[in-house]
Ligand binder design. Structure first.
Ligand code: P6P
Length: 339
């Protein structure tokens, strides 16, 4: 019985029982969890921190940065830069890859969105940190080249997110299923609270920002119209809808009770393939969703197979309960065939 184990204790136990888990990857995950505890403490202070609101700057995405976007980014960067575990880092909040001093380099590349959903921070809705771990091709021997960052989602060694909600929960996969660790503030440790998460294959709950409907491609418009027709419609089910505008909250809900989350391509800015970023949002979330028995697609291909060409590349996202995602993919394939 491993429920109740602390994060590092659980990972070391898994390694002893035969799971392929290098010690330095265990250490990296543990260091990221320490950073997320610091972020949790910072975020939970809310107005007391005096740093809610906008920072008066924009990130590489052209999005207004919140003070806390920058503060949480700096917490992650400064902590991991001297961990001796990463050779380089990529952050949603920083245009270029983040270098690590030669004497501090480790074997991995860490990609992260330090505070996903930060537009919600001022209205006290759950936000989170998302991270993805890749192997640095040259390890600690050299600074990773730009191309070293452009690895497919299938190359990830670990992926996780921490949702800062009513409780702070770390969701983690290293390729052997998905486990959840709840932060016990009385001892300052992430404690295993759910082992072997499995997403229900079917769902009646979809999550999408419906206000963008007129900008979507035809198959997505058709699927949502069919959902809204309820049990008398072609899908034969009465659907419920959620939209938190915080991906970590949506994905956590889907891991717990099933569902489908969609941020599809829309033509508001044809130069952008979607809103969400492949390397530090879609890929880590897709690794987790697939490891929990779900499915994650662009509508045309498996997200973890998408060729990575840019650190901040965007991608359409359709993920969650596998049978529902398969339906949406079918709408897209029919549209392709009709073209
Ligand atoms: P919209 C948060 O900014 C985020 O990247 C995701 O966490 C979330 O699902 C989405 O964007 C919300 O987008 O357009 O509804 O505000």
């Amino acid at each position: 019985m491993t429920t109740g184990m602390k994060l590092k204790q659980f990972l070391l136990h898994a390694k002893r029982t035969g799971v392929e888990l290098p010690f330095d990857l265990i250490e990296l995950i543990h260091e990221v969890s320490i950073t997320c505890k610091e972020i949790a403490a910072t975020v939970s202070r809310g107005e007391l921190s005096g740093v809610l609101g906008v920072a008066g700057s924009e990130n590489v995405q052209g999005e207004t940065q919140k003070e806390l976007d920058i503060i949480t980014n700096d917490i992650m960067v400064e902590h991991m830069k001297v961990s001796g575990l990463v050779a380089g880092m990529g952050s949603e909040e920083v245009d270029d890859p983040i270098s690590v001093p030669a004497q501090e380099r480790g074997e991995y590349i860490l990609l992260f969105d330090p505070l996903d959903g930060s537009s919600n921070i001022d209205v006290n809705i759950s936000v989170g940190t998302i991270f993805s771990v890749l192997k640095a091709p040259m390890g600690c021997r050299a600074e990773p080249s730009l191309n070293d960052y452009h690895q497919k989602g299938t190359q990830q060694r670990a992926a996780g997110f921490v949702v800062y909600g009513p409780s702070t929960v770390l969701v983690l996969t290293t390729g052997q299923g998905v486990n959840m660790f709840t932060l016990d503030n009385s001892i300052g440790e992430f404690v295993l609270t759910k082992e072997g998460v499995e997403i229900p294959e079917d769902t009646k709950e979809f999550a999408i920002n419906l206000s963008n409907k007129r900008f979507w491609e035809e198959p997505m418009q058709q699927y949502i119209e069919d959902c809204l027709q309820g049990e008398k419609g072609p899908l034969g089910k009465r659907y419920n809808m959620r939209w938190v505008a915080s991906m970590v909250a949506e994905v956590f809900r889907i891991l717990v009770r099933g569902g489908i989350f969609m941020y599809p391509y829309d033509n508001r800015d044809p130069s952008k393939a979607g809103k969400l970023r492949l390397m530090y949002e879609a890929n880590p979330m897709s690794f987790i969703i697939e490891q929990a028995g779900g499915m994650s697609s662009t509508g045309h291909e498996r997200i973890m197979d998408v060729e990575a060409k840019d650190l901040h590349q965007r991608v359409p996202v359709i993920l969650g309960s596998r049978n529902e995602v398969a339906k949406v993919v079918e709408y897209h394939l029919k549209d392709e065939d009709a073209a």
